[in-house]
Ligand binder design. Structure first.
Ligand code: APR
Length: 239
């Protein structure tokens, strides 16, 4: 069990597994999100060029689902840990759902973008689009220029994740690196633990199944994040 005090610098990386208990499907489970869709048909720039309607409806459906789900006890436990650690805490998420923010997380980086945001490919403006008219409309036009079709502000395969310099700086400087609910399949996120380890951080994993980069973890807690994380955080704070 890792020793974390108020002076410990802690970086947390979450994946789809932390939202599973809220009812959002993960990607690589047998009934996962990719089960009904080929990644190249909905999550690549080529797909958006080739068949924007399919891509748009895929993300509209995932956006509409956000109105039916709530943060779970794992999201809330991370808010408690952030309140205990303050500026020594950073949450990096691969998730594009808005559950960390809705739970109250503040020091938060969405490295793969956000479902609730749309981006203009012409003027690069980014807009929050979650009200009903935008969730039913065919496409949403840019409010700053004459582009009729904003794209999802999501990092697709073959695109560079957001805020990587900031992410690497924090991971290189942390004392403890915790992965939660991620299978360790997708880079550069899956390589962050290698960076943390090479810089001397103690690496902890909390996951339902063993991630592919299990051997990089100094300690691993197998199980549901919603069940394990509240006690994990309580044991840190009550010390
Ligand atoms: N608690 C903890 N872990 C869970 C839970 C749970 N309740 N339910 C599932 N898991 C674990 C699974 O065992 C799995 O290892 O969460 C992990 C989810 O893995 P993936 O579906 O591969 O999702 P993720 O690791 O977030 O994928 C990374 O890949 O498809 C791209 O851009 C997409 O951000 C995504 C990235």
């Amino acid at each position: 069990m890792v020793a974390i005090t108020r002076n410990s610098k802690v970086v947390v990386l979450t994946g789809a597994g932390i939202s599973a208990e809220s009812g959002i499907r993960t990607f690589r489970a047998s009934d996962g999100l990719w089960e009904n869709h080929a990644i190249e048909d909905v999550a690549t720039p080529q797909a958006w060029e080739r068949n924007p309607q399919v891509v748009w409806e895929f993300y509209q459906g995932r956006r509409r689902q956000l109105r039916e789900v709530e943060p779970n006890t794992a999201h809330l436990a991370l808010v408690e840990l952030e309140q205990y650690l303050g500026e020594n805490f950073l949450l990096i998420t691969q998730n594009v759902d808005n559950l960390h923010g809705r739970a109250g997380s503040k020091n938060l980086i969405h490295m793969h973008g956000e479902l609730a945001l749309l981006r203009c490919e012409t003027c690069l403006s980014v807009f929050e689009m979650m009200d009903d008219v935008h969730l039913e409309s065919d496409y949403v036009a840019c409010q700053e220029c004459d582009n009729p079709r904003l794209r999802p502000h999501i990092v697709w395969f073959h695109e560079m994740p957001f805020q990587m310099p900031e992410i690497y700086a924090a991971v290189e400087d942390c004392d403890v690196f915790i992965t939660i609910g991620t299978s360790g399949h997708v880079y550069p996120a899956a390589g962050l633990i290698d960076v943390a380890k090479s810089c001397g951080a103690h690496c902890v994993g909390i996951n339902l199944d063993a991630p592919v980069n299990l051997q990089q973890h100094d300690e691993f807690h197998q199980g549901k994040a919603g069940e394990l994380l509240p006690n994990f955080v309580t044991n840190i704070i009550k010390k």
